[in-house]
Write a protein that binds this ligand. Structure first.
Ligand code: UD1
Length: 352
């Protein structure tokens, strides 16, 4: 009998990670999907289902937003009966969000084995909510699906060695599958914004610490002072924080609505560099051969830095300006996180 797999998504990066894996699993397993509803706006959720051709979820928990504790608690309470009802052979969770943690916790208490996609990543900054989620979910997981050897070493340092496998990164699969689609969009997102390839920087800001002071003010100043035009698809968290603190970007920064996955990919591929505090976007830049400037002091995706394609500048305006003036573009771009076929490897592991 085909194994029963329950996959949990809930927000923007998870829709992207799930797309290639669901495709691979549908051929080989009885796949059921829960959407926690952590992201609920059309821009952050609905459009991702459409563009990534994701089937509608079998269960939608409608948790919406709230404080970290409240959101995690709501998901925990609402997902428990779903997991009990589905009684899967595996619960699959992605990445490091509150949805990941809450789903894993509920499954662990019900004795359902957990498979963690993107296991073993560490920023070693416990003030990040995502780092807490990563450490806890890895401790609870039976199958730890790592994107790299470094992730395996991180787990070994915490005494986690059983069930650990390097499969590569499912976001590399997504870049391979959807990059060409983004190139062929009937209405070019660059043309719609009057941009020419190589003539602008693409920016994103939404990380908890960067939407608070003093970091937020410094980033507004730093980005607004750059000589190159900047396109900034603004996350709702950051939009709310700017209003709260009476801050605004100026001059060269073009603030636009959150971009769909394909529009973001097209804008990324045309950018001179990406400026971001996102985890996933650092890798996406690498996959598409675009230099990355990261608005943090540490990263889970260390290999993008050691390969020379990513530079960490924190919220320092001078470091940002220097990096943006001459983005590093090394000749070599080895496959750091697999070959774009991680989903098939994961499907093999979960169905054997
Ligand atoms: C979450 C993840 C982060 C991931 C990011 C991608 C956690 C701890 N963090 O952060 O790892 O990189 O998603 O975007 O899970 N909001 C809306 N509409 C929506 C969703 C959210 O307006 O559809 C607003 C909410 O009011 C909330 C804020 O955005 O206050 C942040 O949403 P939240 O889900 O808390 O976290 P993200 O910052 O998106």
């Amino acid at each position: 009998m085909a194994p029963r797999i329950l996959s949990v998504v809930g927000n923007r990066p998870q829709f992207v990670k799930a797309a290639p894996l669901h495709l691979a699993l549908r051929e080989r397993a009885a796949l059921r999907v829960v959407d926690t509803g952590q992201h609920y706006d059309r821009e952050l959720a609905g459009v991702f289902y459409e563009e990534l051709a994701l089937d509608p979820p079998d269960h939608h928990l409608g948790v919406g937003s709230g404080s970290h504790g409240a959101m995690t608690a709501r998901i925990l309470e609402r997902i428990e009966p779903v997991i009990a009802f589905e009684a899967p052979d595996w619960l699959v969770v992605f990445g490091d969000t509150n949805s990941t943690l809450a789903a894993a916790l509920a499954a662990a208490k019900l004795g359902v084995p957990i498979a963690h996609v993107e296991a073993g990543l560490r920023s070693y900054d416990r003030s990040m909510p995502e780092e807490v989620n990563r450490v806890l979910v890895d401790a609870l997981s039976r199958s730890l699906l790592c994107p790299s050897d470094l992730a395996v070493a991180n787990l070994a340092a915490e005494g986690i060695v059983n069930g650990v496998e390097v499969v590569g990164d499912v976001m590399a699969d997504a870049a391979r599958l959807f990059g060409p689609v983004a190139e062929r969009l009937p209405r070019s997102p660059l043309a719609a914004l009057g941009l020419t390839a190589g003539g602008y920087l693409l920016a994103t800001v939404h990380r908890d610490a960067n939407t608070r002071q003093p970091a937020l003010g410094r980033l507004v100043h730093g980005l607004s002072s750059l000589a190159t035009p900047v396109v900034l698809p603004l996350h709702p968290r950051t939009r709310a924080a700017l209003e709260r603190d009476g801050l605004a970007f100026s001059g060269n920064v073009r603030v636009v609505e959150p971009a769909s996955y394909l529009a973001f990919t097209a804008l990324l591929r045309g950018a001179r560099a990406l400026v971001t505090d996102s985890g996933g976007a650092q890798k996406e830049a690498y996959y598409h051969g675009v230099p990355c400037i990261t608005l943090r002091r540490e990263t889970e995706w260390v290999e993008t830095v050691t390969s020379g394609w990513n530079v960490l500048v924190g919220d320092d305006a001078d470091e940002l300006a220097a990096a943006a003036a001459a983005p590093a573009r090394p000749g070599e771009r080895p496959s750091l996180y697999g070959d774009g076929h991680a989903a098939q490897r994961i499907a093999t592991i979960l169905t054997r």
